[in-house]
Design a protein around this ligand. Structure first.
Ligand SMILES: [Cu+2]
Length: 431
C-alpha cells in the first residue's frame, strides 16, 4: 500500500513539473521572450545546480558507503581469501581515487566556466604531451593491476602439494553430496553408468558393477517376460518401445561389462596404485566438515548441468562441470566457533552454495560447512567412517545376452578406451 502511494506521488510530481514548465513557457511568450532564448540568469542558475549536484552526488555516495558497509562479507576464513581481499581493496582504492578526481573535474568545469558572452573559448586542436599523459598513466596503472591480479591468481590456482587430502563435492539438481576417502586416503574411480539409489556418485567397485549388472538383467528379463506374455496384445508403438528398451539395456550391460574388464586389467597391472582399488571404503555423506589450518583439495563434479561450488566466507568458487572434475586447493583458517564470535552470531554457519542458476530449486542448493579443530574433525571422520560406501553385496549375475566381438567405447574419469568383449558367460568376462 505504501509502495502504491509512493508511485502515485511520483507520477503526480512528474505531471506537476510538466504543467509548471508549460506555465513558464506561456509567461515567457507573454513577456515577449522567445522560448529558446537563454539568458545569463539561466546560465548562472545551471552553474549553481552543477555545484549543488556535485555536493549531493558525493554526499549520497559516501552515505551509501558507510550506511551499508556492514553488508560486506566478514573477514576471510581461508588463507587465499586474505590475498583475494587485498587485491579487491587495492582495486577499490584505485577506483575511488579516479572516481573522485574525474567527477570533481567534470562538475568543476561545468560550474566554473559558465557561459560568458565577453569571453572567447580557448581553441585547442591537439597536444601531444597531454595525449601521452592520459594514455601512459592509465596504462601503467592497468599493467600494475593485471600483474598483481595474475600473481594472486597463479598462487590460488597452483597445483596442490603432493599428498594433499582430497574431499569431493558432487553437485546435482538440486543438492550437494560430499565424498571422503577411506583409510587408504584416496578417492576411488567413478563412472556415471553405475549410478543408482545405493551409489549416487557412481563409485566403481566390484560390488557396484555386479549390482548394476544384476539390476539390468532383472529389468531385461522382466521386459522380455512381458513381451512374451502380452506381446501379441500390445499396440505397435508400445511394443516397439519395449523392444527398444531391451536393446538399450543390453547396450548398457555391454558397456558396464567392458568397464569391469578395464577395472580388472588396471588392478592387475597397477595393483594398489590403480584408482579402481580405492572406492570401496569411500564415505559418501550429506555433511561437509573440514579441519582448520590443513591443506585441502576439493574435487568438484557435476551429474547433470553446470553448477558452481561457492563458499563465500572462504572466498572459494569453482564451477562444477559435467564430465570434467575441477579442483580447488585451499586452507581454512578460522573455525565455525571462532567465526561465530567474529560475526557476533551464535547460529552462524559457513555455507556451500550453488552459484550458477541451474534450475527451479537452484536457490535452495546449499549445504552447511563445519570448520573445526583437527581433533574434532577426526572424531567426526571416525564416526562417518563407520558407514563407508560398500558398493553392494557381490552376487552372481544371471545369464543375459551380451554380444561377443562388440567394440564399446568405455569412458571413466581416468581414461577413454575402446575395449573388445571377447567372451561373455554368466556376466563375467574372460580375456
Ligand atoms: Cu546448481
Amino acid at each position: 500500500m505504501t509502495k502504491l502511494l509512493i508511485i502515485v506521488v511520483l507520477v503526480l510530481g512528474v505531471l506537476a513539473i510538466v504543467r509548471l514548465s508549460r506555465v513558464y513557457e506561456l509567461t515567457a511568450t507573454l513577456r515577449g521572450k522567445r522560448e529558446e532564448e537563454i539568458t545569463d540568469r539561466d546560465n548562472r542558475m545551471n552553474a549553481r545546480f552543477m555545484w549543488l549536484f556535485c555536493i549531493l552526488y558525493f554526499g549520497f555516495f559516501l552515505w551509501l558507503l558507510f550506511r551499508y558497509s556492514d553488508r560486506m562479507l566478514p573477514v576471510s576464513a581461508s588463507e587465499h581469501g586474505v590475498w583475494t581481499d587485498q587485491l579487491m581493496d587495492v582495486n577499490w582504492i584505485i577506483i575511488f581515487i579516479v572516481f573522485f578526481i574525474t567527477n570533481t573535474l567534470l562538475f568543476y568545469f561545468a560550474g566554473r566556466y559558465v557561459f560568458d558572452k565577453n569571453r572567447k573559448a580557448y581553441y585547442l586542436a591537439h597536444n601531444n604531451k597531454l595525449e601521452l599523459i592520459w594514455t601512459v598513466i592509465p596504462a601503467i596503472v592497468l599493467i600494475g593491476i593485471i600483474i598483481y591480479g595474475l600473481s594472486i591468481w597463479n598462487r590460488i590456482t597452483a597445483h596442490s602439494p603432493e599428498g594433499t587430502a582430497q574431499v569431493e563435492l558432487y553437485a546435482k539438481q538440486f543438492d550437494w553430496t560430499a565424498r571422503y576417502p577411506g583409510k587408504d586416503g584416496l578417492l576411488g574411480a567413478t563412472d556415471y553408468r553405475l549410478i543408482n539409489d545405493n551409489n549416487p556418485l557412481g563409485i566403481v567397485t566390484k560390488g557396484s558393477i555386479q549390482t548394476r549388472l544384476m539390476e539390468l538383467v532383472v529389468d531385461i528379463n522382466a521386459t522380455v517376460e512381458k513381451l512374451k506374455n502380452e506381446g501379441e496384445y500390445l499396440p505397435p508403438t508400445q511394443l516397439a518401445e519395449l523392444i527398444d528398451h531391451v536393446e538399450k539395456q543390453k547396450r548398457m550391460m555391454r558397456k558396464i561389462t567392458n568397464l569391469k574388464v578395464m577395472m580388472e586389467q588396471d588392478i592387475a597391472e597397477k595393483g594398489e596404485a590403480s584408482s579402481y582399488a580405492h572406492g570401496s571404503d569411500d564415505v559418501v555423506i550429506k555433511e561437509f566438515h573440514l579441519p582448520v589450518r590443513r591443506d585441502i583439495e576439493l574435487v568438484i563434479r557435476s551429474r547433470d548441468v553446470i553448477h558452481s561450488a561457492y563458499i563465500p566466507h572462504l572466498r572459494m568458487q569453482m564451477n562444477a562441470v559435467p564430465g570434467m572434475p575441477t579442483r580447488f586447493h585451499m586452507k581454512p583458517t578460522i573455525t565455525t566457533d571462532s567465526m561465530r564470535v567474529v560475526v557476533e552470531d551464535d547460529k552462524f554457519d559457513f555455507v556451500l552454495l550453488c552459484n550458477k542458476i541451474c534450475g527451479a530449486s537452484h536457490f535452495n542448493m546449499q549445504m552447511p560447512l563445519v570448520v573445526e579443530s583437527q581433533t574434532a574433525y577426526e572424531t567426526w571422520y571416525a564416526e562417518a567412517m563407520k558407514k563407508p560406501f560398500e558398493g553392494a553385496p557381490v552376487a552372481e549375475v544371471p545369464a543375459a545376452a551380451v554380444a561377443v566381438g562388440d567394440t564399446v567405447f568405455v569412458q571413466t574419469d581416468t581414461s577413454n578406451t575402446a575395449v573388445v568383449v571377447t567372451a561373455v558367460a554368466n556376466g563375467s568376462t574372460t580375456h
